[in-house]
Design a protein around this ligand. Structure first.
Ligand SMILES: [Zn+2]
Length: 396
């Protein structure tokens, strides 16, 4: 029996280390299209806006986009740094890798074949760890959540996990790290394309894929260097697989060669298919299926699709102005945990006092702190637990 268990373990570990990259983004998209008739309409509008941007002069008016990101690390009670409750070391390494890849600052960009260096692009997008939660309170941007299950199928993730844990997708890029199980065993990750539902928007990755080229995840095999999140983030940013998910298909990008299908492992350059010329497949693109060590570029055409999302009318434009990476300060968050960071509504805190005002003979009763509506001087404080009126106000 012991021998059998050992054999099984060896078999499993061989399977996992030699398994081909498996991304569920297109399956997720097909499922969403099948169950939500509005999504195809939304995606068509997004594609129209994208093509207009790509073909217009505004395509050249790009700026660096910075997006707040929150990492939801899902576990079932494991100690921090154990199994799927990965330590912040690998999350920080992962964030660093994602940012380097998106800015073409990855060290292995030097491996891009000369024939492709002209189209390799800095996508001018990067991610900052959230410093404020949707409710305005402080956060490290890394949420270790015991959700009571050791592993998750995509159906459970979509129906339960994401809706219960997601932060406002108009202000944050949501990334979940999980152990996949059931029908999703073997999956490395999947993403939701722009146009999908608000309560499931984001990217899910296998916990052991979180790492970087310099800090690979010890449990990640050939997918230990953080490129799974780079690939899935590409989908979240409206990029398709480079082979267009069809035989010599179309990925809606002009500067990526047509290629027959996905490449796996670490191909030898050149790999010529679909009569795509001497340079062959751009298998080192993040949107192919090769190993982490063998993908290291986005193109200018892919960048244009990404940037379109943040242009005027773009599907993810609100993220570019999110305050999710601005730490709350003591004044802007009161004792009730309310976010009062904006100039209005004016905010008061526990211990502040109100006294009789012009048309109020006595001080208001009860607990009056909270975010309050205000008007130009003299300010009217509409108090939550007392009668509205014009009062004298003193900060504690
Ligand atoms: Zn994919």
């Amino acid at each position: 029996m012991k021998h059998l268990v050992l054999t099984t373990l060896i078999l499993l570990s061989c399977l996992s280390s030699f398994a081909q990259r498996s991304c569920g983004a297109m399956e997720n998209l097909q499922h969403q299209l099948a169950t939500n008739p509005d999504m195809a309409i939304r995606m068509e509008a997004i594609e129209n806006q994208t093509q207009h941007f790509v073909q217009s002069s505004s395509n050249h008016q790009r700026t660096l986009i910075t997006i707040p990101v929150v990492f939801h690390i899902i576990h079932n009670g494991d100690a921090l740094g154990t199994n799927e409750n990965i330590s912040d070391t690998y999350i920080m390494a992962q964030l660093d890798q994602l940012n380097k890849d998106c800015r073409k600052l990855n060290a292995d960009a030097s491996l891009i074949p000369a024939v492709f260096t002209g189209v390799a692009a800095d996508a001018e997008i990067e991610f900052c760890l959230a410093e404020r939660k949707p409710d305005g309170t402080a956060t490290t941007g890394i949420e270790h959540l015991n959700m009571g299950a050791a592993s998750w199928e995509d159906t459970q993730i979509e129906a339960t996990l994401k809706p219960q844990t997601i932060w406002d997708r108009n202000r944050y890029f949501n990334v979940w790290s999980v152990a996949f199980g059931g029908n999703s065993t073997g999956l490395l990750g999947y993403a939701q394309f722009p146009g999908g539902a608000a309560n499931t928007d984001g990217v899910v990755c296998l916990y052991s894929s979180f790492g970087s080229t310099t800090t690979p995840n010890p449990a990640g095999g050939q997918y230990a260097k953080g490129r799974t999140l780079t690939h899935e983030t590409g989908h979240w940013l409206n990029l398709y697989h480079i082979w267009g998910d069809a035989n010599c298909g179309n990925d809606q990008v002009n500067d990526t060669p047509t290629q027959q299908t996905s490449n796996f492992g670490c191909p030898t350059y050149p790999h010529i298919t679909c009569s795509n010329g001497a340079a062959g497949d751009m298998f080192m693109n993040y949107m192919d299926y090769v190993d982490d060590a063998c993908m290291y570029m986005f193109t200018g055409g892919q960048k244009a699709r990404i940037q379109a999302l943040f242009a005027s009318g773009g599907a993810r434009a609100s993220l570019a102005t999110s305050n999710g990476c601005t730490a709350p300060d003591a004044v802007s968050n009161n004792s009730a945990g309310e976010d009062c960071s904006d100039p209005l509504p004016f905010c008061t805190d526990s211990g502040d006092t109100f006294s009789a005002g012009i048309n109020q003979p006595s001080a208001p009763a009860g607990n009056n702190y909270g975010c309050l509506g205000s008007q130009p001087n003299p300010i009217w404080y509409y108090l939550r637990n007392s009668r509205p009126g014009q009062y004298q106000y003193t900060r504690k």
